[in-house]
Write a new protein. Structure first.
Length: 388
């Protein structure tokens, strides 16, 4: 009995070490396989969102496979028409890019001129004190003039091959580094496009095989655990649907208000910069600074006064704060139930692992984890810890 009681405390550090090792392995897997897991997460969220539409088609006595195909086709059509509208507005913006580039060059020249003036003023204030410290004026030392080249004979001895200068070597190294950066960028962009091409197929198979996947998933559990797994599945689906649909409705409302405000301000392409600014505003924590970029960029060739940019910035900030404090709690926050500290930590964690996609997917992933914790008795304290 004494041997058993003495061995109990030793088991806890061992279990803690195994848990920490497993947690580190999971984090490393999420980091190195982030492109794969981001694709799977996006497909799962889209499948949960489109499931009610599949159920609506099935009520019309359409088989699930056909209903899933119709749902995915409608979703792709919506994405196509949205991209077409975006492209129509973007072509006009591309045609006006020389005007924007000229205006940006003027602003850069103005900033550089002011910096040079400030530097010259500081130089004039500091340098004379050093030159006249001993009451002596500085003497200008002229550099020796090079001697004129002497005439050489027509017959020259064999000269060694010219070696590349330091400047030529530096230019070649810069070209190689630029080509390497461009190659790495194209490779990463190709990988993203390759994974994005799998999303429609993943969503279709998740929708068409939804009953089979749910049934086989529940068979992994026995007795009461099967009911808990089913509730967790339903909780994650409802949370993902409410979060994404709520943010989409909020983005549409912000897009309409922003487009109207930018049209009243006589900004070009209000139907383009309005939705872009609105949906950028929905990104947690960095949304408002990002939402200021489209209207400020559109106003560059038109307005020169600082007051106009202050009005535009105040309008975007007003819409952002109104949506964040009034509309977001009703449309999204009522379903997520996460406290601000948990949201902040989760965004930091997922942004560290996945970068910008982590800022977008961090909250629904954390809310899904909370949905699981709320349905598992052993994990209920953790759900209350991150809940509101």
């Amino acid at each position: 009995m004494e041997l058993l009681t003495s061995s109990l405390p030793a088991r806890k550090p061992r279990h803690a070490g195994v848990f920490l090792a497993g947690l580190a392995a999971v984090i490393a897997l999420l980091y190195f396989g982030r492109l794969f897991f981001i694709t799977i997460t996006v497909a799962v969220i889209l499948a949960f969102i489109l499931e009610p539409l599949v159920s609506m088609f099935m009520r019309l006595r359409i088989p699930r496979g056909v209903a899933s195909f119709l749902t995915c086709s409608l979703a792709l059509l919506v994405v196509y028409f949205a991209a077409l509208a975006f492209y129509t507005q973007a072509t006009g913006l591309l045609a006006d890019l020389p005007t924007y580039s000229q205006r940006i060059n003027e602003l850069v020249d103005t900033v550089v001129g002011r910096l040079e003036t400030t530097e010259k003023t500081i130089f004039d204030l500091v340098v004379p004190k050093r030159l006249h410290r001993d009451g002596k004026t500085a003497q200008v030392v002229t550099a020796p003039q090079p001697e004129p080249p002497q005439k050489t004979s027509r017959r020259r001895s064999a000269e060694p091959p010219l070696q590349p200068t330091v400047q030529e070597v530096r230019i070649s190294q810069e070209r190689e580094s630029l080509l390497n950066k461009l190659y790495n960028y194209l490779v990463s962009f190709y990988d993203v496009l390759l994974m994005a091409s799998f999303v429609p197929f993943l969503v279709y198979f998740m929708l068409s095989w939804r009953d089979h996947l749910r049934r086989t998933f529940l068979l992994l559990f026995d007795g009461p655990d099967r009911m808990v797994a089913g509730k967790s599945w339903s909780g994650i689906a409802e949370m993902a649907r409410a979060y994404v649909v709520g943010n989409f409705i909020l983005g549409i409302l912000l897009s309409a208000a922003s487009s109207l405000a930018f049209w009243l301000a006589n900004l070009p392409f209000p139907l383009l910069i309005g939705p872009v600014s609105a949906f950028l505003s929905l990104i947690p924590y960095v949304g408002m600074p990002l939402a200021l970029i489209p209207p400020f960029f559109a106003a560059l060739p038109i307005y020169n006064k600082v007051g106009v940019y202050l009005i535009l910035g105040s309008t975007v900030a007003f819409f952002h704060l109104l949506a964040l404090n009034l509309l977001y709690p009703k449309l999204v926050g009522a379903r997520v139930h996460l406290n601000p500290l948990a949201v902040t930590v989760s965004l930091m964690f997922w942004a560290t692992l996945w970068g910008a996609p982590g800022l977008v997917l961090g909250i629904p992933i954390t809310a899904g984890i909370k949905a699981v914790c709320d349905n598992v008795r052993e994990l209920e304290p953790y759900g209350k810890l991150i809940g509101d």
